[in-house]
Ligand binder design. Structure first.
Ligand SMILES: Cc1cc2nc3c(=O)[nH]c(=O)nc-3n(C[C@H](O)[C@H](O)[C@H](O)COP(=O)(O)OP(=O)(O)OC[C@H]3O[C@@H](n4cnc5c(N)ncnc54)[C@H](O)[C@@H]3O)c2cc1C
Length: 360
């Protein structure tokens, strides 16, 4: 019998398994295709400041704390796996695509500065930092503390550490004390953790919805290198877009936010991303498109995950929505605390409460 069976091997299930392993638990993760869903698409921005929007007071402390934990978390996973996890402490610039977008950024800056360091820049100052910015940029906000990790490398490193503790199988039933695999095998465990993203609703009643995101991966040709040297985010006529440079001259360009029924890549989404990114970084048009991906974010009503016990021995950790890479550091710790029957810190307990929308 296992101490803990984790359903789902995205970044949340894998990080939680790693934390539990370090705490001495006998744990296994069950997933037919680990790290293939939202964690596969994600850009990996660790952006508590630039991701801030109004009226999410429960989310800010989680984002801030997870951002603080991330450098050590990434370093420990890199060391234990012997692999590069793609953690880059490169900063972020948020650009305004026109004057109305600049007003929006100016209004947001007060809230952002309650979370981290921000500086308002003129277009000229922004271009001095990033010469690849186009003439359409009318101003920017400089955020030195918003960094990035490569979620694919990070999950690959966790998979190497966890090795044969990851079982490639689909879970068809999960309840207190046992899970059933698609070949009929029943695995017993003292605790069961549902970390299977959106599909957690197959087993428990949670208000999750798919929020689809299209994302492109581009190769920067030698003559255009470096296209940008830090994460460049922008608001273009009210629409968000980001250009995230990886260390290997790949650019991650994203991401749309669609609440439609299309699970594949949206033609409109790709057009919108290329058009808006070109407005901010015209050199984008020199790049080769290597990949177009769409995945769904496990959306919760308030952007905050659900972490806790839904019935004795059955624990959920899902609903990480658009921040699951950033929140994996704190999410894994809090989920492990629930497994260990350790009370969650009061700063976070109410925010992540699994019953906050009243379901049983
Ligand atoms: C386009 C896009 C860009 C994003 N960019 C960022 C970003 O820059 N920064 C950030 O912090 N966040 C970002 N996110 C959000 C982030 O990716 C998610 O919040 C995070 O990946 C959620 O992780 P997860 O492990 O909960 O879910 P997932 O990664 O979706 O993993 C769930 C896993 O469960 C498995 N599973 C499902 N059903 C079963 C079953 N029955 N049995 C066994 N296994 C099962 C699946 O195979 C999958 O591997 C982005 C998301 C998208 C879509």
């Amino acid at each position: 019998m296992l101490d803990v069976a984790i359903v789902g091997g995205g970044i949340i299930g894998l990080s939680t398994a790693w934390v539990l392993l370090k705490r001495g638990y006998n744990v296994q993760v069950f997933d037919p295709d680990p790290a293939s869903q939202a964690s596969f698409a994600a850009a990996g921005m660790l952006a508590p400041v630039s991701e801030v929007v109004w009226d999410q007071p429960g989310l800010y402390p989680l984002m801030r704390r997870s951002r603080e934990l991330f450098p050590d978390f990434a370093a420990a996973v890199a060391e234990e796996s012997g692999m590069d996890v793609g953690y880059l402490p490169s900063e972020t610039l948020v650009c305004a695509g026109d004057n109305a977008d600049r007003v929006y950024l100016r209004e947001l800056i007060e809230l952002q500065s309650s979370i981290g360091e921000v500086t308002l820049l003129s277009a000229r100052e922004a271009r001095a930092l990033e010469p690849g910015l186009g003439p359409g940029v009318v101003g920017a906000v400089h955020i030195p503390g918003d960094h990035q990790v490569d979620p694919r490398k990070f999950c690959a490193a966790l998979l190497r550490i966890l090795d044969d503790r990851v079982v490639r199988a689909k879970v068809v039933d999960a309840k207190q004390g046992a899970i059933t695999l698609d070949d009929g095998t029943v695995v017993t465990a003292d605790k069961v953790v549902l970390a299977n993203g959106l599909a957690a609703t197959d087993f428990v009643d949670l208000p999750l919805r798919p929020v689809h995101g299209d994302v492109l991966r581009l190769r920067v040709p030698k003559h255009a290198m470096p296209l940008v040297s830090r994460t460049v985010r922008a608001v273009v006529r009210g629409r968000p877009v980001y250009v995230v440079p990886r260390s290997d001259n790949q650019i991650v360009l994203g991401a749309t936010s669609r609440e439609d029924s299309l699970w594949g890549v949206s033609a409109e989404g790709v057009h919108q991303l290329l058009r808006d990114a070109h407005h901010i970084v015209p050199g984008i048009w020199e790049c080769e498109i290597e990949e177009m991906t769409a995945r769904a974010r496990p959306g919760s009503p308030d952007d905050i995950p659900f972490i806790g016990e839904v019935s004795p021995g059955l624990i959920v950790s899902t609903g990480y929505f658009r921040h699951g890479i950033l929140l994996s550091a704190i999410g894994a710790e809090l989920t492990a605390d629930v497994v260990c029957e350790k009370p969650l810190p009061t700063d976070f307990a109410e925010a992540v409460d699994v019953f906050r929308y009243g379901m049983e």
